[in-house]
Write a protein that binds this ligand. Structure first.
Ligand code: PMP
Ligand code: GLN
Length: 389
C-alpha cells in the first residue's frame, strides 16, 4: 500500500488526546487537556438553542454571518481601539485551529522560512511543514521565558515569510510585553514579513495586566493577522468558533484556504457568539477574576505538596518543576505515572518542543471547578506525602 503524507504521518496522536484518554481510562482528575469546567455562560447557551430552533440552517456566507463579523470588529474597537472593516477584514472559522491552518496554508509558499517560538502549540509545526514552510525555531528559556532578542533577530532572513506567535502563551503563561512586541514589529518591517498572532487567551489575563495585540502596535496593521476563539473567551471549547482579523490583502489568500477546508461554520453558534462578544464589562472581568482565583487555588495546593510553580500571567496553565518533588525521570514518564498512580492527569511540557526540549516540567490546567482542583491536590498529597495526607 502507498503511504499517507510523510509529514503528517510522522506525528503521533496529540498529547492532549493521549492524556485525556489515559485520564478517562484511570478515572484521573483531568488537569491535562486545556478546557474549562462550569464557566459556560447561560445566555450563550440560550442564544444558541434559540438560533437552532429558529434557523436558518443552510450555508451562511463563507466569511461568517455579518452579525458575528460586526461583533468581532466592535470588540476590537472596544478593547484595543482598532478600526476594523467587518466585511473586508474579518473571517469566521471553525475554531482557532482552523484559523491557524488557513493563515499558514494561505500565506506560505514552499521554501518560505517561518519563525516559530518554542515552547509552541502542537498544531503549528505540522501545518507549517505540510504547507512547505521551513521552520526556524527560537526558544524561550524558563523560568522567565523572556524573548531572546539576538536569537530571534538571527532567525529572520531574506526568505522569512512570517512569524507565528502566541500571547498570552500556552503553556508558559507568559504575556508578551509591549517592548517585546515592538522588537518583533521592527524585525517584521525590516524583513518584509507577516505575523500570525494566536491570541485565543486574550481575555484570560490576570493581575491587572492587559492584552496588547501585535496588530494594534505601530506599522503592524498591514502585517499582523489576529486570531481569536470563542472556545476560550466563552468557555465553550466544543463549539469551535474562531475568527481572523487582518488587512483585506492579507485576508484574501487566507480566505482561499478556508473556502477549500471548511468553507463555513455553523450559523446557530455564530449567532450566539455574536451576542456573547457584546457582553458587558462584568462578564469579561468576571471570567478573568474567576480564573485567577482558580490559578491561585491550584498554585497554593501544588506548592503545599512541594512543587516549585512558575508564575502565570495568562492562559489556563501552571507549570510545575517535577524535580522539586524528587522525580528525576522525564516529564512524559512523570505525567503518565501521575495519571495512573496518583489519579491526576497533567501534560508534559516537552510535548511543546520540536526536539529534545525542557524535560522537567509538567503543565497543569487550572480552569477546573474548585472541587476538581481540591480533589487533585488531595490525591497528589497522598501520593507524594503519604504520611502527611
Ligand atoms: N492556540 C492555542 C495556543 C491553544 O491553546 C488552542 C487550544 N485551546 C488553540 C489555538 C485552538 O483553539 P480552538 O479550540 O479555537 O481551535
Ligand atoms: N489548547 C488545549 C491545550 O493546550 C487543547 C486543545 C486540544 O486538545 N487540541 O491543552
Amino acid at each position: 500500500m502507498k503511504a499517507g503524507n510523510s509529514v503528517l504521518t510522522s506525528y503521533g496522536t496529540t498529547i492532549f488526546e493521549v492524556m485525556s484518554r489515559l485520564a478517562a481510562e484511570h478515572g484521573a482528575v483531568n488537569l491535562g487537556q486545556g478546557f474549562p469546567e462550569g464557566l459556560e455562560p447561560p445566555a450563550l447557551l440560550a442564544a444558541a438553542a434559540r438560533a437552532v430552533a429558529e434557523g436558518p440552517h443552510q450555508y451562511p456566507s463563507m466569511m461568517g454571518i455579518p452579525a458575528l463579523r460586526r461583533a468581532v470588529a466592535d470588540h476590537a474597537r472596544r478593547f484595543y481601539g482598532l478600526e476594523i472593516d467587518p466585511m473586508r477584514e474579518v473571517m469566521v472559522t471553525s475554531g482557532a485551529t482552523e484559523a491557524l491552518a488557513d493563515c499558514l496554508f494561505g500565506l506560505i509558499e514552499p521554501g518560505d522560512e517561518v519563525v516559530l517560538i518554542e515552547p509552541l502549540y502542537d498544531s503549528y509545526l505540522p501545518i507549517v511543514r505540510r504547507a512547505g514552510g521551513v521552520p526556524k525555531l527560537v526558544r524561550l528559556e524558563p523560568p522567565n521565558w523572556e524573548l531572546p532578542r539576538d536569537a530571534l533577530a538571527a532567525a529572520f532572513g531574506p526568505r522569512t515569510k512570517l512569524l507565528v506567535m502566541n500571547t498570552p502563551m500556552n503553556p508558559t503563561g507568559k504575556v508578551f510585553g509591549v517592548d517585546e512586541l515592538d522588537f518583533i514589529a521592527d524585525l517584521l518591517v525590516r524583513h518584509d514579513a507577516y505575523a500570525v498572532c494566536d491570541e485565543v487567551y486574550e481575555h484570560l489575563i490576570y493581575d491587572g495586566k492587559r492584552h496588547v495585540p501585535l496588530i494594534a502596535r505601530p506599522r503592524m496593521r498591514e502585517r499582523a493577522l489576529r486570531i481569536g476563539s470563542a472556545g476560550k473567551t466563552f468557555s465553550l471549547t466544543s463549539w469551535k468558533i474562531g475568527y481572523v482579523t487582518a488587512a483585506p490583502e492579507l485576508l484574501l489568500p487566507v480566505a482561499k484556504a478556508h473556502q477549500y477546508i471548511t468553507f463555513t461554520t455553523p450559523t446557530s453558534l455564530q449567532q450566539a457568539v455574536a451576542e456573547g462578544l457584546g457582553s458587558g464589562d462584568g462578564y469579561y472581568r468576571g471570567l478573568a477574576d474567576g480564573l485567577a482565583a482558580r490559578r491561585d487555588r491550584l498554585a497554593a495546593g501544588l506548592r503545599g505538596i512541594g512543587f516549585d510553580v512558575l508564575p502565570c500571567a495568562g492562559s489556563y496553565f501552571l507549570i510545575a518543576d517535577i524535580r522539586s518533588v524528587g522525580f528525576n525521570g522525564d516529564d512524559a514518564e512523570f505525567c503518565r505515572r501521575l495519571t495512573v498512580e496518583a489519579g491526576v492527569a497533567a501534560v508534559p511540557v516537552s510535548a511543546f518542543y520540536k526536539d529534545e526540549g525542557v524535560r522537567h516540567f509538567a503543565r497543569f490546567c487550572f480552569a477546573k471547578k474548585d472541587e476538581a482542583i481540591d480533589e487533585a491536590i488531595r490525591r497528589m498529597a497522598k501520593h507524594f506525602k503519604p504520611g502527611r495526607a
